[in-house]
Design a binder for this molecule. Structure first.
Ligand code: AMP
Length: 451
């Protein structure tokens, strides 16, 4: 099947041709007919499967081929959990709108609120946004969604994990009319919370599930290494980074503080490294991602803020310096390599404190991992029995070195899935708490806001 087999506007086919894209991926093949027919869709698809175009193409087609319900209101709103993902989708959308008369705008947390209000007043047809900031603009009446024709939620499970359910409901209420179409993409469709929000947002949706989230990703070689303690992990990491076949590497740590510490250590060892965390100002985050995607840095050390969807073609190695708290996050992290048919390696360093998470990943992936070892860097640790593993989770860590002592100063709270602020996860885009103020727009201090 080719894209030309779908009833897509010639300008869209030309843009695809320009991007070198001719044959639809599986999710595109299945989602396009449903979305193009104007039906609601609930879809899950593996990371890197081409799902962005699976919703952007029908969105473009709908706008090109139908009359607007309202002259002023945005016609398509695309919501994503993090600013980086939103920027990536916005980048692809811009390539598609470039060929047309339609206007697109991104509305992200961390950017100037008043500038955004002015941008919204210019009546863009497409908005790509993080939900907290859109909810703020709705509240301030900078934006109305009565004429919204298509609402798209990408990584919906992640938005719910980050506590955005109230904002999603507010957005839904603002665009509550019969002619609205809704497309929802989520890593998994079998969470209770996903089904609950789907009942509110979607109208008799079709379901598409391509490749279960636990399915093997054939282009990613997954390796597990035992690690005894922080210094041992650092030695293993240095060894991995020195391998000549490496192009670019993303290293995932548990906390923001760890990203900084590890990035400085790697920089001291001569690796060109940057640290990305949600604490940074948006402009700094953009600069870091931009430099990394252009290959100016070899290593990006980050938390789960970069675990989803980011499309970085030259990443040949992903290292889980710390195992993620939630097994789905493992799938997203390793999916930063092996993109679009390229081969990648994902190495996880598993110490006593990672053991529980490792077991969860195994059971989530329905796979039994063999552990590898690196010559000259053997581990004494070789897994925990059930009893010992409970103790390890509850025990206070013993500081064995200066660096380990530093790590000790930041004890990690037990993960709670339903809270907005999840330990070790860079929340990045939580909504601001701003009181409703009437127009005209007045100066607001949102320089460091994280919505
Ligand atoms: P996504 O899963 O949307 O992040 O897409 C992953 C990568 O696959 C992006 O670089 C897309 O440009 C690329 N891509 C999307 N659809 C196709 C396709 N039909 N053929 C080849 N590459 C594609």
């Amino acid at each position: 099947m080719q894209f030309s087999d779908f009833s897509l506007d010639k300008r869209l086919l030309d843009s695809l041709k320009h991007m070198g894209i001719t044959t639809p991926t599986e999710i595109q093949e299945q989602a396009l007919p449903i979305a193009l027919a104007g039906k609601d869709l609930m879809a899950s698809s593996k990371t890197g499967s081409g799902k962005t175009l699976a919703f952007l193409l029908p969105a473009m087609q709908r706008i090109i081929s139908t009359r607007a319900l309202s002259k002023k209101d945005p016609r398509v709103l695309i919501l994503l959990p993090t600013r980086e993902l939103a920027q990536q989708v916005y980048g692809q959308l811009r390539l598609l709108v470039a060929n047309t008369q339609y206007k697109a705008m991104s509305v992200l947390g961390g950017e100037n609120f008043n500038d955004q209000a002015k941008g919204l007043a210019r009546e863009p047809h497409f908005i790509v946004a993080t939900p907290g900031r859109i909810a703020d603009h709705l509240q301030q009446r900078h934006l109305f969604l009565n004429g919204l024709e298509l609402l798209i939620l990408d990584e919906a499970d992640r938005m719910l994990d980050l506590g955005f359910a109230p904002q999603l409901k507010a957005i839904n209420d603002a665009a509550d009319h019969k002619r609205r179409q809704t497309l929802m993409f989520s890593a998994t469709l079998d969470h209770q919370s996903i089904n609950d929000i789907a009942t509110t947002l979607l109208n008799n949706p079709s379901h598409v599930a391509i490749g279960a989230s636990y399915a093997e990703h054939k282009d990613i070689e997954q390796k597990m290494l035992f690690a005894d303690h922080l210094d041992h992990k650092q030695a293993l990491l240095s060894h991995l980074l020195k391998q000549p076949e490496n192009k670019q590497t993303i290293v995932f740590t548990a906390t923001r503080a760890d990203t900084e510490r590890l990035a400085s250590l790697l920089a001291e060892q001569g690796f060109s490294t940057s640290a990305l965390s949600g604490e940074l100002k948006q402009s700094a985050r953009n600069q870091i991602m931009d430099q990394f995607s252009r290959g100016q840095q070899q290593i990006l050390v980050t938390t789960d803020v970069a675990s989803r969807g980011l499309d970085l073609i030259n990443v040949s190695l992903v290292v889980n310096f710390d195992m993620p708290k939630f097994a789905e996050e493992y799938v997203h992290r390793i999916g930063r390599t092996g993109r679009a048919g390229a081969k990648g390696v994902a190495v996880s360093l598993v110490g006593p404190k990672d053991w529980q998470s490792f077991l969860q990943v195994q059971s989530f992936l329905r796979k039994n991992f063999e552990f590898s070892a690196i010559d000259g860097l053997p581990a004494k640790f070789s897994g925990l029995t059930k009893q010992a593993s409970t103790k390890a989770v509850n025990a206070k860590p013993k500081a064995k070195s200066a660096t380990a002592a530093k790590a000790k100063q930041k004890p990690k709270a037990a993960p709670k899935r339903d809270k907005r602020f999840i330990t070790g996860v860079d929340v990045g885009d939580a909504p601001m708490r701003r009181k409703a103020k009437p127009l005209p727009i007045i100066e607001q201090d949102n320089k460091d806001s994280e919505d």
